[in-house]
Design a protein around this ligand. Structure first.
Ligand code: GDP
Length: 373
């Protein structure tokens, strides 16, 4: 029941992910199924079509916009012997691995990668087995796979221990920050959180038009009108964020979980911004941070594209027919959260936004220190 337009948007996002990972995209295949094929994810006709295309065009990799089960991965591997098969989780893990800067982030990503790999190990090998069968590099037999499994399990235990130690240190660090009000920037990946962080705190956080520029949290002390608070930039959320990552990025997400106030940044110039809001709320729910005070910041108003089309063209899906003013009268006006529209890049509407943050922080501050002036 997904509209054509949605599917195209999902593919756009997958392509952006793939580009971020360093791939170039040759062709897209879309298949509408009411249910995915438990064996091969896509139908056999589509698999054939992809295989033929891949063969005649010398394509090296096929990427699927979902997490494939271990057996789907295995079966597709048999279908398309010459190519590497990646799923969405694998791709996101790969980007995270590229972008991890600190040893903490690297440990988190490595753990998530092994957790992804473990149930797929024998399936991956058996695919290789068949591919390289007989010629020199034979795939490992069952015993070798067992040994590999044990090594990976040991490694997982080790990484978990390492993370536990760092988690404890980080929890202590957070405690030591005292009772200052803590504000966390949350939002879909690439919405402008780092740009906003830099603009508010005059710091120099890495901002880039790629997905997941930020893996490690940055904390800055910010003062608005004599009121100091701590501002944290967090890892971007994304649709179908791999569960392995949610788990291993616990400490990063703890920043969100332990924040007093969330600033939910939305890229209003993005066609799917409503989906993005839902994904973020979903993740907030998963980490039990959905009941916190929140400010909605709609960013990139400078890039908001509004093309008035013909009246006949006005379907609910053609979002571009809705101007910003009209948008503001929709569900946005009924939001339970304070809402502001800005451009982080051009610092538009910053006084209004800062006043909003000030008011919310002051509420929390006053509740915490009731006897101070
Ligand atoms: P993050 O992943 O949420 O931290 O997003 P970044 O801060 O890295 O920004 C992602 C991209 O959006 C960068 O190329 C920014 O320059 C761009 N960007 C951020 N804010 C704005 C804005 O207000 N307007 C426009 N047009 N682009 C913006």
């Amino acid at each position: 029941n997904q509209s054509e337009e949605k599917l195209v948007e999902y593919m756009d996002e997958l392509e952006f992910l793939a580009l971020t990972a360093g791939a170039t995209i040759d062709k897209r295949f879309i298949q509408k199924l009411t249910q995915q094929d438990p064996k091969t994810f896509i139908g056999s006709g589509k698999a054939q079509e992809i295989r033929d295309y891949v063969k005649s065009n010398g394509i090296g990799t096929v990427i699927f916009d979902d997490e494939l089960s271990p057996s789907q991965l295995k079966n597709l591997g048999k279908e398309m012997e010459e190519v590497k098969i990646l799923d969405r989780t694998n791709l996101i893990l790969d980007i995270f691995a590229q972008r991890a800067q600190t040893s903490y982030a690297r440990t988190q990503v490595e753990l998530a990668q092994y957790q992804y790999l473990l149930p797929r190990l024998s399936k991956m090998w058996s695919h290789l087995d068949k591919q390289k069968g007989g010629i020199g590099m034979r795939g490992p037999g069952e015993t070798e796979i067992e040994t590999d499994r044990r090594i990976i399990r040991d490694r997982i235990t080790l990484l978990k221990d390492k993370l536990k130690t760092i988690d404890k240190q980080m929890a202590t660090q957070r405690q030591n920050r005292g009772k200052m009000v803590r504000v966390a920037l949350v939002g879909y990946t690439n919405v402008g959180k780092s740009t906003l962080m830099n603009a508010i705190s005059k710091s120099d956080v890495f901002a880039e038009d790629k997905l997941f520029a930020t893996l490690d949290t940055t904390v800055r002390k910010v003062v608005i009108g004599n009121l100091p608070f701590l501002l944290t930039d967090t890892v971007g959320f994304i649709r179908k964020l791999p569960t392995q990552l949610v788990e291993s990025f616990k400490s990063t997400l703890d920043e969100v979980r332990e924040a007093d106030l969330l600033i939910h940044v939305v890229d209003i110039s993005h066609e799917s911004f409503e989906d993005h809001i839902n994904s973020v709320n979903q993740t907030l729910m998963e980490i039990n941070a959905h009941q916190k005070p929140m400010i909605m910041v709609f960013n990139k108003i400078d890039a908001f594209a509004y093309e008035k089309k013909d009246e006949d063209d006005l379907t609910p899906e053609t979002r571009k027919n809705i101007s910003l003013d009209e948008w503001m009268k929709t569900w946005m006006s009924k939001s339970q959260y304070p809402t502001v529209f800005i451009s982080a890049l051009h610092k538009e509407n910053f006084p209004e936004m800062k006043k909003m943050i000030y008011d919310e922080v002051l509420k929390i501050h006053t509740a915490r220190f009731p006897y101070n002036d």
